[in-house]
Design a protein around this ligand. Structure first.
Ligand SMILES: Cc1cc2nc3c(=O)[nH]c(=O)nc-3n(C[C@H](O)[C@H](O)[C@H](O)COP(=O)(O)O)c2cc1C
Length: 190
């Protein structure tokens, strides 16, 4: 299986990246799965301009690094969207990438062309935040659920961690790190 991790924190080696790496460790420990990491911060992805072209053609007129991501998205068996909570939402960087999936939405809902659907394909949110607010992940989860509908992916399970503030907060919590690995392990052994 091909696991695609789409990272979005501008903070290198921060908590969300640490989470993603630990989940990947759990996945690869018990399988021949391939894990690939892409950070949207190192790509050039312009925001959707709502030009409506994709409603007619089913594809986006903007030519940038999103082209490679459309391809990877289509090939991946599991996609992990990895984002810290920013003001009760996903990062702007990953939201910019999500909005460009409007082309896929148009293809599916306006032209009836489905994305590569399969029973076993799934999408997952890996997210973390500094506080412990009850509704911290409500916004991020709704966005990712909507994206999964668009991409014909089953949603979840997701991994959501609270109380992680400093860059190395998660690295200092061996039990939580082990839980992240276990989360990955369960995905391939269920
Ligand atoms: C612009 C910005 C907005 C944030 N907003 C929230 C927030 O609304 N709630 C919260 O609990 N943490 C918030 N945080 C904290 C991050 O979610 C937290 O530090 C997280 O662990 C960072 O992950 P990273 O190390 O992968 O970047 C915010 C941080 C930044 C930089």
């Amino acid at each position: 299986m091909y696991n695609l991790f789409i990272l979005s924190s501008p903070r290198k080696n921060g908590n969300s990246e640490t989470m993603a790496k630990a989940v990947a460790t759990g996945i690869t420990e018990n399988s021949d799965d391939r894990c690939e990491f892409v950070n949207v911060n190192s790509l050039s992805i312009a925001p959707c301009v709502a030009c409506g072209s994709c409603s007619d053609s089913g594809s986006c007129i903007i030519k940038d690094d999103m082209e490679g991501l459309y391809e990877k998205t289509d090939l991946a068996d599991r996609i992990f969207w990895v984002s810290p909570v920013y003001f009760y939402a996903l990062t702007a960087q990953i939201k910019t990438y999500i909005d460009r999936n409007q082309a896929i939405w148009a293809r599916k809902y306006l032209s009836g062309i489905r994305h590569r659907a399969s029973e076993s394909r799934s999408g997952h949110l890996l997210s973390c935040a500094a506080t412990d607010g009850a509704r911290l992940f409500t916004g991020p989860e709704l966005s990712i659920q909507c994206l999964c509908d668009t991409l014909d992916l089953h949603y979840g399970p997701s991994l959501l961690l609270r109380n992680l503030e400093g860059r190395d907060a998660l690295q200092k919590l061996p039990q939580t790190l082990a839980d992240c690995e276990s989360f990955g392990r369960k995905l391939v052994t269920k």
